[in-house]
Design a protein around this ligand. Structure first.
Ligand SMILES: *Cc1c(COP(=O)(O)O)cnc(C)c1O
Length: 385
Protein backbone atom coordinates (compact mmCIF):
# COMPACT_ATOMS: atom_id res chain seq x y z
CA UNK A 1 0.00 0.00 0.00
CA UNK A 2 1.35 3.41 -1.00
CA UNK A 3 1.23 6.23 1.51
CA UNK A 4 1.41 9.62 -0.19
CA UNK A 5 3.27 12.53 1.32
CA UNK A 6 0.12 14.59 0.80
CA UNK A 7 -3.35 13.61 -0.41
CA UNK A 8 -4.93 16.53 -2.24
CA UNK A 9 -7.40 14.43 -4.21
CA UNK A 10 -9.72 13.02 -1.51
CA UNK A 11 -10.78 16.34 0.06
CA UNK A 12 -11.53 17.81 -3.36
CA UNK A 13 -13.58 14.77 -4.31
CA UNK A 14 -15.70 15.28 -1.18
CA UNK A 15 -16.20 18.98 -1.87
CA UNK A 16 -16.61 18.66 -5.62
CA UNK A 17 -20.30 19.64 -5.88
CA UNK A 18 -19.77 22.79 -3.79
CA UNK A 19 -16.61 23.78 -5.67
CA UNK A 20 -18.16 23.20 -9.09
CA UNK A 21 -21.10 25.36 -7.97
CA UNK A 22 -18.68 28.22 -7.16
CA UNK A 23 -17.11 27.90 -10.58
CA UNK A 24 -20.48 27.75 -12.35
CA UNK A 25 -21.63 30.84 -10.49
CA UNK A 26 -18.53 32.81 -11.55
CA UNK A 27 -18.93 31.61 -15.13
CA UNK A 28 -22.62 32.45 -15.41
CA UNK A 29 -22.07 35.91 -13.94
CA UNK A 30 -18.78 36.43 -15.77
CA UNK A 31 -17.43 37.32 -12.35
CA UNK A 32 -13.67 36.77 -12.59
CA UNK A 33 -11.94 39.73 -10.93
CA UNK A 34 -13.14 41.41 -7.73
CA UNK A 35 -16.74 41.37 -6.60
CA UNK A 36 -18.66 40.13 -3.57
CA UNK A 37 -16.96 36.71 -3.42
CA UNK A 38 -13.57 38.39 -2.88
CA UNK A 39 -14.93 40.68 -0.17
CA UNK A 40 -16.81 37.87 1.54
CA UNK A 41 -13.74 35.65 1.67
CA UNK A 42 -11.55 38.48 2.94
CA UNK A 43 -14.05 39.14 5.72
CA UNK A 44 -14.17 35.46 6.69
CA UNK A 45 -10.41 34.99 6.67
CA UNK A 46 -9.89 38.20 8.69
CA UNK A 47 -12.34 36.87 11.28
CA UNK A 48 -10.56 33.49 11.28
CA UNK A 49 -7.26 35.28 12.04
CA UNK A 50 -8.76 37.65 14.67
CA UNK A 51 -7.81 40.75 12.68
CA UNK A 52 -9.98 43.52 11.22
CA UNK A 53 -8.41 43.43 7.73
CA UNK A 54 -7.49 40.84 5.14
CA UNK A 55 -6.47 41.64 1.57
CA UNK A 56 -6.43 38.72 -0.89
CA UNK A 57 -3.54 38.72 -3.34
CA UNK A 58 -2.11 36.48 -6.06
CA UNK A 59 0.32 34.49 -3.89
CA UNK A 60 2.12 34.25 -0.59
CA UNK A 61 5.12 35.81 -2.30
CA UNK A 62 3.03 38.84 -3.29
CA UNK A 63 1.63 38.99 0.24
CA UNK A 64 5.15 39.27 1.69
CA UNK A 65 6.30 41.71 -0.99
CA UNK A 66 3.24 43.98 -0.71
CA UNK A 67 3.41 43.95 3.10
CA UNK A 68 7.03 45.12 2.98
CA UNK A 69 6.36 47.80 0.36
CA UNK A 70 3.24 49.03 2.20
CA UNK A 71 5.25 49.25 5.41
CA UNK A 72 7.73 51.54 3.66
CA UNK A 73 10.54 48.99 3.37
CA UNK A 74 12.76 49.56 0.35
CA UNK A 75 16.14 50.81 -0.75
CA UNK A 76 18.66 51.49 1.98
CA UNK A 77 16.90 49.06 4.28
CA UNK A 78 17.83 45.66 5.56
CA UNK A 79 15.30 42.98 6.45
CA UNK A 80 16.22 40.22 8.87
CA UNK A 81 14.91 36.67 8.53
CA UNK A 82 16.06 33.05 8.89
CA UNK A 83 18.02 30.95 6.36
CA UNK A 84 15.80 27.85 6.69
CA UNK A 85 12.76 29.12 4.85
CA UNK A 86 11.31 28.92 1.37
CA UNK A 87 13.03 31.36 -0.98
CA UNK A 88 9.83 33.43 -1.35
CA UNK A 89 10.60 35.06 2.02
CA UNK A 90 13.87 36.52 0.73
CA UNK A 91 12.67 37.10 -2.84
CA UNK A 92 10.10 39.47 -1.36
CA UNK A 93 12.84 41.34 0.52
CA UNK A 94 15.01 41.79 -2.60
CA UNK A 95 12.05 42.64 -4.80
CA UNK A 96 10.95 45.32 -2.34
CA UNK A 97 14.39 46.84 -2.93
CA UNK A 98 15.85 45.97 0.48
CA UNK A 99 18.79 43.76 1.38
CA UNK A 100 18.65 40.41 3.16
CA UNK A 101 20.17 39.62 6.55
CA UNK A 102 19.93 36.24 8.27
CA UNK A 103 20.00 35.16 11.89
CA UNK A 104 20.24 31.56 13.04
CA UNK A 105 17.42 29.42 14.40
CA UNK A 106 16.57 27.76 17.69
CA UNK A 107 17.41 24.16 17.00
CA UNK A 108 14.54 22.82 19.11
CA UNK A 109 11.77 24.64 17.24
CA UNK A 110 13.52 25.38 13.90
CA UNK A 111 12.25 28.96 14.23
CA UNK A 112 14.11 32.26 14.59
CA UNK A 113 16.16 32.34 17.79
CA UNK A 114 15.36 35.68 19.47
CA UNK A 115 18.79 35.60 21.16
CA UNK A 116 20.51 35.44 17.78
CA UNK A 117 18.35 38.36 16.59
CA UNK A 118 19.42 40.41 19.59
CA UNK A 119 23.11 39.43 19.12
CA UNK A 120 22.96 40.44 15.48
CA UNK A 121 21.41 43.83 16.20
CA UNK A 122 23.83 44.50 19.06
CA UNK A 123 26.94 43.59 17.14
CA UNK A 124 25.91 45.16 13.87
CA UNK A 125 27.84 48.26 12.93
CA UNK A 126 25.44 51.17 12.48
CA UNK A 127 24.66 51.80 8.81
CA UNK A 128 26.78 48.88 7.56
CA UNK A 129 27.08 49.36 3.81
CA UNK A 130 24.78 52.36 4.08
CA UNK A 131 21.84 50.16 5.03
CA UNK A 132 19.92 50.16 8.24
CA UNK A 133 17.79 47.36 9.66
CA UNK A 134 14.15 48.20 9.10
CA UNK A 135 12.12 44.99 9.48
CA UNK A 136 12.14 41.43 10.79
CA UNK A 137 10.32 38.53 9.15
CA UNK A 138 9.90 35.63 11.56
CA UNK A 139 8.70 32.53 9.70
CA UNK A 140 6.18 30.29 11.48
CA UNK A 141 7.87 27.26 9.98
CA UNK A 142 6.00 23.98 9.56
CA UNK A 143 2.93 25.64 11.11
CA UNK A 144 4.48 26.47 14.48
CA UNK A 145 4.57 30.13 15.55
CA UNK A 146 7.98 31.66 16.26
CA UNK A 147 8.56 33.16 19.71
CA UNK A 148 6.69 36.36 18.98
CA UNK A 149 6.75 37.94 22.48
CA UNK A 150 10.55 37.99 22.42
CA UNK A 151 10.82 38.98 18.76
CA UNK A 152 8.29 41.82 19.10
CA UNK A 153 10.01 43.07 22.24
CA UNK A 154 13.44 43.17 20.56
CA UNK A 155 12.01 44.68 17.37
CA UNK A 156 10.28 47.35 19.44
CA UNK A 157 13.53 48.31 21.16
CA UNK A 158 15.37 48.62 17.85
CA UNK A 159 12.51 50.36 16.03
CA UNK A 160 11.93 47.49 13.60
CA UNK A 161 8.72 46.53 11.85
CA UNK A 162 7.62 42.89 12.18
CA UNK A 163 6.00 41.08 9.25
CA UNK A 164 4.98 37.48 9.99
CA UNK A 165 5.57 34.88 7.31
CA UNK A 166 2.50 32.83 8.20
CA UNK A 167 2.42 31.04 4.84
CA UNK A 168 2.55 27.65 6.61
CA UNK A 169 0.59 28.59 9.71
CA UNK A 170 -3.12 29.26 8.97
CA UNK A 171 -4.83 29.08 12.36
CA UNK A 172 -1.73 28.38 14.47
CA UNK A 173 -1.86 29.80 17.99
CA UNK A 174 0.71 31.54 20.16
CA UNK A 175 0.20 32.11 23.88
CA UNK A 176 1.40 35.64 24.45
CA UNK A 177 2.55 35.58 28.07
CA UNK A 178 3.00 39.34 27.85
CA UNK A 179 -0.59 39.97 26.85
CA UNK A 180 -1.99 36.96 28.71
CA UNK A 181 -3.89 35.58 25.75
CA UNK A 182 -3.68 33.21 22.81
CA UNK A 183 -3.02 34.93 19.50
CA UNK A 184 -3.50 33.75 15.95
CA UNK A 185 -0.58 33.56 13.54
CA UNK A 186 -0.74 36.64 11.32
CA UNK A 187 -2.34 38.83 14.01
CA UNK A 188 0.76 39.76 16.01
CA UNK A 189 3.04 41.74 13.71
CA UNK A 190 2.27 44.83 11.66
CA UNK A 191 1.08 42.38 8.99
CA UNK A 192 0.91 38.65 8.34
CA UNK A 193 1.49 36.99 4.96
CA UNK A 194 -0.42 33.84 4.00
CA UNK A 195 -0.15 31.52 1.02
CA UNK A 196 -3.03 29.52 -0.45
CA UNK A 197 -0.78 27.40 -2.65
CA UNK A 198 -2.72 24.12 -3.13
CA UNK A 199 -0.64 22.13 -0.63
CA UNK A 200 -0.95 24.63 2.24
CA UNK A 201 -3.34 23.99 5.15
CA UNK A 202 -5.82 26.23 3.32
CA UNK A 203 -5.14 25.92 -0.39
CA UNK A 204 -6.78 27.32 -3.51
CA UNK A 205 -7.24 25.41 -6.77
CA UNK A 206 -4.28 27.38 -8.11
CA UNK A 207 -2.18 30.23 -6.73
CA UNK A 208 -3.35 32.49 -3.93
CA UNK A 209 -2.32 34.50 -0.90
CA UNK A 210 -3.41 37.19 1.54
CA UNK A 211 -2.15 39.83 3.93
CA UNK A 212 -3.75 40.18 7.35
CA UNK A 213 -3.33 43.31 9.43
CA UNK A 214 -4.79 45.34 12.25
CA UNK A 215 -3.62 48.55 10.56
CA UNK A 216 -6.24 50.09 8.23
CA UNK A 217 -3.67 52.19 6.34
CA UNK A 218 -1.52 49.12 5.59
CA UNK A 219 -4.63 47.30 4.34
CA UNK A 220 -5.54 50.28 2.16
CA UNK A 221 -2.03 50.49 0.69
CA UNK A 222 -2.03 46.80 -0.14
CA UNK A 223 -5.41 47.13 -1.87
CA UNK A 224 -3.79 49.79 -4.05
CA UNK A 225 -0.57 47.83 -4.63
CA UNK A 226 -2.39 44.69 -5.80
CA UNK A 227 -4.40 46.74 -8.30
CA UNK A 228 -1.85 48.84 -10.22
CA UNK A 229 -1.87 51.59 -7.61
CA UNK A 230 -5.43 52.61 -8.34
CA UNK A 231 -8.24 53.18 -5.87
CA UNK A 232 -10.46 54.25 -8.78
CA UNK A 233 -10.18 52.69 -12.23
CA UNK A 234 -7.49 54.35 -14.37
CA UNK A 235 -6.55 56.91 -11.71
CA UNK A 236 -3.15 55.73 -10.47
CA UNK A 237 -1.82 57.35 -7.30
CA UNK A 238 1.26 55.14 -7.33
CA UNK A 239 2.77 52.38 -9.44
CA UNK A 240 1.56 49.03 -8.21
CA UNK A 241 1.42 45.44 -9.39
CA UNK A 242 -0.98 43.01 -11.00
CA UNK A 243 -1.53 41.09 -7.77
CA UNK A 244 -5.26 40.46 -7.37
CA UNK A 245 -6.65 37.07 -6.40
CA UNK A 246 -9.18 35.60 -8.88
CA UNK A 247 -12.82 35.70 -7.84
CA UNK A 248 -13.24 31.96 -8.40
CA UNK A 249 -10.31 31.22 -6.06
CA UNK A 250 -11.83 33.42 -3.35
CA UNK A 251 -15.13 31.55 -3.73
CA UNK A 252 -13.33 28.22 -3.49
CA UNK A 253 -11.30 29.36 -0.48
CA UNK A 254 -14.44 30.54 1.28
CA UNK A 255 -15.94 27.04 0.95
CA UNK A 256 -12.73 25.40 2.15
CA UNK A 257 -12.24 27.82 5.04
CA UNK A 258 -15.33 26.30 6.69
CA UNK A 259 -13.37 23.06 7.08
CA UNK A 260 -10.05 24.54 8.18
CA UNK A 261 -10.54 24.27 11.96
CA UNK A 262 -11.47 20.60 11.62
CA UNK A 263 -8.57 19.92 9.22
CA UNK A 264 -6.09 21.60 11.58
CA UNK A 265 -7.50 19.61 14.50
CA UNK A 266 -7.00 16.40 12.52
CA UNK A 267 -3.41 17.38 11.71
CA UNK A 268 -2.81 17.93 15.44
CA UNK A 269 -4.28 14.50 16.19
CA UNK A 270 -1.97 12.96 13.57
CA UNK A 271 0.98 14.75 15.20
CA UNK A 272 -0.05 13.37 18.58
CA UNK A 273 -0.21 9.83 17.19
CA UNK A 274 3.21 10.15 15.52
CA UNK A 275 4.65 11.41 18.80
CA UNK A 276 3.31 8.37 20.66
CA UNK A 277 4.61 6.04 17.94
CA UNK A 278 8.10 7.57 18.03
CA UNK A 279 8.34 7.61 21.82
CA UNK A 280 10.09 4.23 21.87
CA UNK A 281 12.10 4.74 18.69
CA UNK A 282 15.70 5.67 19.40
CA UNK A 283 17.30 7.72 16.66
CA UNK A 284 14.21 9.74 15.75
CA UNK A 285 13.77 13.24 17.10
CA UNK A 286 10.09 14.23 16.73
CA UNK A 287 9.06 17.90 16.53
CA UNK A 288 9.12 19.82 19.80
CA UNK A 289 6.01 21.87 20.52
CA UNK A 290 6.51 24.31 23.42
CA UNK A 291 3.54 24.64 25.79
CA UNK A 292 2.95 28.19 24.55
CA UNK A 293 2.13 27.26 20.95
CA UNK A 294 -0.52 25.23 19.20
CA UNK A 295 1.05 24.28 15.88
CA UNK A 296 -1.08 23.39 12.85
CA UNK A 297 1.47 20.92 11.43
CA UNK A 298 1.59 22.06 7.83
CA UNK A 299 4.55 19.68 7.82
CA UNK A 300 5.55 16.94 10.26
CA UNK A 301 9.33 17.06 10.38
CA UNK A 302 11.52 14.57 12.25
CA UNK A 303 15.29 14.60 12.62
CA UNK A 304 17.41 11.54 11.89
CA UNK A 305 21.15 11.08 11.34
CA UNK A 306 20.89 8.85 8.26
CA UNK A 307 18.38 11.06 6.51
CA UNK A 308 19.26 10.27 2.87
CA UNK A 309 19.30 6.51 3.39
CA UNK A 310 16.05 6.58 5.36
CA UNK A 311 14.31 8.68 2.74
CA UNK A 312 15.38 6.21 0.07
CA UNK A 313 14.26 3.25 2.16
CA UNK A 314 10.82 4.80 2.76
CA UNK A 315 10.47 5.60 -0.92
CA UNK A 316 11.17 1.93 -1.66
CA UNK A 317 8.30 1.03 0.69
CA UNK A 318 5.94 3.38 -1.17
CA UNK A 319 6.03 6.05 1.55
CA UNK A 320 6.26 9.65 0.32
CA UNK A 321 8.48 12.12 2.17
CA UNK A 322 9.90 15.60 1.54
CA UNK A 323 12.77 17.90 2.54
CA UNK A 324 11.88 21.37 3.82
CA UNK A 325 14.42 22.57 2.99
CA UNK A 326 17.51 20.70 1.78
CA UNK A 327 19.76 23.78 1.31
CA UNK A 328 19.66 26.82 3.64
CA UNK A 329 19.16 30.00 1.64
CA UNK A 330 22.60 31.51 2.34
CA UNK A 331 24.16 28.45 0.63
CA UNK A 332 21.94 28.63 -2.46
CA UNK A 333 23.53 29.66 -5.74
CA UNK A 334 21.07 32.57 -5.98
CA UNK A 335 22.64 34.06 -2.83
CA UNK A 336 26.31 33.40 -3.51
CA UNK A 337 26.57 37.19 -3.82
CA UNK A 338 25.79 37.62 -0.12
CA UNK A 339 29.17 36.06 0.65
CA UNK A 340 27.94 33.96 3.58
CA UNK A 341 30.04 30.77 3.66
CA UNK A 342 29.11 27.38 5.12
CA UNK A 343 29.38 27.62 8.89
CA UNK A 344 27.67 31.03 9.05
CA UNK A 345 24.48 29.59 10.57
CA UNK A 346 25.42 26.30 12.22
CA UNK A 347 22.00 25.41 13.63
CA UNK A 348 20.20 25.94 10.32
CA UNK A 349 22.93 24.01 8.48
CA UNK A 350 22.90 21.05 10.89
CA UNK A 351 19.14 20.71 10.77
CA UNK A 352 19.05 20.95 6.97
CA UNK A 353 21.14 17.76 6.85
CA UNK A 354 18.93 15.78 9.22
CA UNK A 355 15.32 16.87 8.69
CA UNK A 356 12.76 14.67 6.98
CA UNK A 357 9.11 15.59 6.38
CA UNK A 358 6.78 12.60 6.84
CA UNK A 359 3.30 12.11 5.35
CA UNK A 360 0.95 14.67 6.97
CA UNK A 361 -2.56 15.60 5.88
CA UNK A 362 -5.97 15.64 7.61
CA UNK A 363 -7.06 12.28 6.17
CA UNK A 364 -3.92 10.38 7.21
CA UNK A 365 -5.14 7.29 9.07
CA UNK A 366 -3.75 5.69 12.26
CA UNK A 367 -3.00 2.55 10.21
CA UNK A 368 -0.98 4.56 7.70
CA UNK A 369 0.92 6.27 10.52
CA UNK A 370 1.70 2.89 12.10
CA UNK A 371 3.09 1.74 8.76
CA UNK A 372 5.27 4.84 8.47
CA UNK A 373 6.57 4.41 12.02
CA UNK A 374 7.01 0.67 11.48
CA UNK A 375 9.08 1.23 8.35
CA UNK A 376 11.27 3.79 10.14
CA UNK A 377 11.77 1.35 13.05
CA UNK A 378 12.70 -1.41 10.63
CA UNK A 379 15.24 0.84 8.91
CA UNK A 380 16.81 1.96 12.18
CA UNK A 381 17.06 -1.63 13.43
CA UNK A 382 19.01 -2.53 10.28
CA UNK A 383 21.05 0.67 10.28
CA UNK A 384 21.91 1.56 13.87
CA UNK A 385 23.79 4.81 13.98
C1 LIG B 1 4.53 28.74 0.51
C2 LIG B 1 5.42 29.72 1.20
C3 LIG B 1 5.63 31.02 0.71
C4 LIG B 1 5.17 31.49 -0.65
O1 LIG B 1 3.88 31.32 -0.98
P1 LIG B 1 3.43 31.24 -2.52
O2 LIG B 1 1.96 31.30 -2.41
O3 LIG B 1 3.94 29.95 -3.07
O4 LIG B 1 3.99 32.42 -3.22
C5 LIG B 1 6.38 31.88 1.48
N1 LIG B 1 6.94 31.51 2.64
C6 LIG B 1 6.78 30.26 3.12
C7 LIG B 1 7.41 29.91 4.42
C8 LIG B 1 6.04 29.32 2.41
O5 LIG B 1 5.91 28.08 2.88
Amino acid sequence: MEIPFLDLKSPHREMEPELVEVFRDCLRNASFIGGPKVEAFEKDFAAFCDVPHCVAVKSGTDALRFALVAAGVGEGHEVITVPNTFIATTEAISQAGASIAFVDIDERTYNMDPNRLEDYLKSRRPAAGGRRPKAVIPVHLYGQPADMDAILEIAGRYGLIVIEDACQAHGALYDSRKEGQWKKAGSMGLAGAFSYYPGKNLGACGEGGAVTTRDPSIAQKIRMLRDHGQARKYYHDIEGYNGRLDTVQCGILQVKLRHLREWNEKRRQCAGRYLALFEEVKGVLPPFEPSWVKAVYHLYVIRVKQREALQQFLSGQGIGTGLHYPVPLHLQKAYAGLGLPAGSFPAAERTAREILSLPMFPGLTPAQQEMVAGAIKEFLAKNPY
